[in-house]
Design a protein around this ligand. Structure first.
Ligand code: F6R
Length: 587
């Protein structure tokens, strides 16, 4: 969370427009405030900051321009201190400006020492302790380079830092521990929280590893390890998948990304090959993930146990390592993640690697070369392309596609069905009118219930998550059979109840659950197929016929469309819902 950027122009151009461009690409990481600091031609550090989305900063800079050929920028997701201008980055003192992504765990101790020495704090952030520590070193006559290195010896926690010093006005000082950072070489020299933010003016990229420290100048980058020995890093060519091509003709990224699902699923199937023997030495599967990716894992458990006959657990990564889990030998850990940066998932992997050396880690990730894909033993990439909308859509159905390929690796007829799925999904995208009517029906609801059974229970959870995270309507998903154990008390005529009920194994059980709901409420909507629709006397959304194992993928799509439409009708910001960020790099 938080996006950071640093740019040096190689031909003495003002880099403020480039920093703004990069911050636009990083806004998915947080939008509580944004800020820029540059060193101008007189060697002076200038800074502008604004609360809220990047547009506010842009407006401020257009009224009060700042210029420089070297500079840093930040888009914030608040951790320490409210989203105010004082707490916005870059944090600054007399000779230094610095941007930070992460959390400094020992900042109170550093802060108290500095206060005792007479330094004054103006923000509630952990980052200001770092800046004033650097200033205290400079005030003692230490060089910027030594000051930065001394700072790295004392800070504890997670960080990606970029700093500028007016005393060495041609260098960007960078360091990383647990928070992502990539350095780019091209018409400008750049450093950013992700490759996409710097790909515009760079042809080659280096990913920093934890403990790496770098000094970037106009012509060169020097890399150092934790002990400050010079090291070499591998450069990677910038490829098209790193470049964010914008919203095209769509009003919102989320809608574009929903519409891209048939192609994302198709590309994911084409890009991955899973051998018949893939699971031969595996006696247990453990799936770890968060949020939407966790829901994909929940679906996979039904598939893995049914078609691979391997006991499977699925766990929320943020809880896993705090309950002394028992890890059996020869467990395959599957970590599912869009961003590849989610710290809870990363830490859970590290916990397992430390506690059982027989476990192998398979990552299913969307972002190439991301931290989780780099620590895994194997990676299957989803080919969803860059996902910008904070609510995950195409990455989710692509994750389900890889999981289905794994689960069905010994069942050719299911793999054949999977290959037809992209075309069937195109049929669902045409249901827009029906979804629009439904969105009007629920746009003013206080709360919405989603019901599913078996492999559609996780999709009920996912449908509810999509609605609540972007529209702010409270929503909950339930296993339909659980309703009678309590939640049914919530149903009345005003409560929309959305039921997932395709024909198949679970139809009759689910049909009965729906009858029970209908006896207590009037606003029941059933997502079903032609055959199912004949049997219901309530509002239905009719989806194409689908092999029941693949229903979780198909039935996710109308629920995404519904959440999207409701949010647009309510006039909320679909792509940047409040309090959220796309990449969750704090615990
Ligand atoms: C919700 C959503 C989140 C993420 C979660 C994990 O729409 O996107 O719940 O799924 O933060 O993120 P990744 O998949 O990047 O590990």
């Amino acid at each position: 969370m938080c996006g950071i950027i640093g740019i040096i122009s190689r031909n003495n151009q003002n880099i403020v427009p480039n920093i703004i461009d990069s911050l636009e690409k990083l806004e998915y990481r947080g939008y509580d405030s944004a800020g820029i600091a540059v060193i101008n031609n007189n060697g002076k550090i200038l800074r502008e900051r604004a609360v809220g989305k990047l547009n506010n900063l842009k407006n401020k800079i257009s009224l009060n321009p700042i210029n420089g050929t070297i500079g840093i920028g930040h888009t914030r997701w608040a951790t320490h201190g409210k989203p105010t201008e004082e707490n916005a980055h870059p944090m600054m003192s007399t000779n230094i400006a610095l941007v930070h992504n992460g959390i400094i765990e020992n900042y109170e101790q550093i802060k108290n020492n500095l206060i005792a020495q007479g330094y004054k704090f103006t923000s509630q952030t952990d980052t200001e302790a770092v800046v004033l520590y650097l200033q205290s070193e400079i005030d003692k006559g230490v060089s910027p380079r030594e000051a930065f290195r001394n700072m790295l010896q004392i800070v504890e926690g997670t960080y990606a830092f970029v700093a500028i010093f007016d005393l060495m006005p041609n260098i960007l000082f960078c360091a990383k521990n647990k928070s992502p950072m990539a350095i780019g070489f091209g018409q400008n020299m750049c450093v950013g929280s992700d490759a996409s933010s710097i790909s515009g003016s760079c042809d080659e990229i280096v990913y920093l590893d934890d403990g790496d420290y770098a000094e970037i100048s106009k012509d060169n980058v020097e890399f150092f390890n934790l002990d400050f020995y010079s090291i070499q890093k591998e450069k990677i060519k910038v490829t098209d998948d790193l470049v964010n091509c914008g919203k095209g003709n769509y009003e919102h990224y989320m809608f574009k990304e929903i519409m891209e699902q048939p192609s994302a699923i198709r590309k994911t199937i084409q890009a991955n090959t899973i051998s018949f023997n893939f699971f031969d030495d595996i006696s247990r599967i453990l799936i770890l993930a968060c949020g939407t990716s966790y829901h994909a894992g929940m679906v996979a458990r039904y598939w893995f146990e049914r078609y691979l006959n391997i006991p499977t657990n699925v766990e929320i990564a943020s809880e896993y390592r705090y309950r002394s889990p028992i890890i059996e030998d020869n467990t395959l850990l599957i970590a599912i993640t869009q961003s590849g940066e989610t710290i809870d998932t990363l830490e859970a992997i590290e916990y397992i690697k430390e506690h059982n050396h027989t476990c192998k880690v398979l990552a299913i990730a969307n972002v190439k070369n991301s931290a989780i894909s780099r620590v895994a033993d194997f990676v299957f990439y989803t080919e969803a392309g860059i996902e910008i909308g904070v609510a995950s859509t195409k990455a989710f159905t692509s994750q389900l596609t890889v999981l289905a390929m794994l689960a069905f690796c010994k069942h050719q007829y299911l793999l054949d069905n999977l290959r037809n799925l992209p075309t069937i999904c195109e049929g669902v995208l045409c249901l827009e009118d029906k979804i629009y009517n439904l969105a009007q029906n629920i746009q003013n609801a206080m709360s919405v219930i989603y019901l599913g059974r078996d492999n559609l229970y996780p999709i009920a959870l996912e449908g509810a998550l999509k609605l609540k995270e972007i529209s702010y309507i409270h929503a909950e998903g339930f296993a339909a059979g659980e309703m009678k154990h309590g939640p049914i008390a919530l149903i009345n005529d005003e409560m929309p109840v959305l039921c997932l009920c395709p024909s198949g194994r679970m139809f009759s059980k689910m049909f009965s659950n729906i009858q029970v709901a209908q006896a207590r409420g009037q606003n029941i909507v059933v997502f079903t197929d032609d055959k199912g629709a004949l049997l219901f006397d309530c509002n239905t959304v009719v989806l194409p016929d689908i092999c029941e194992e693949l229903a979780p993928i198909l039935y996710s799509i109308p629920l995404q469309l519904l959440a999207y439409r409701v949010t647009v009708l309510r006039g909320e910001d679909v792509d940047k819902p409040r309090n959220l960020a796309k990449s969750v790099t704090v615990e």
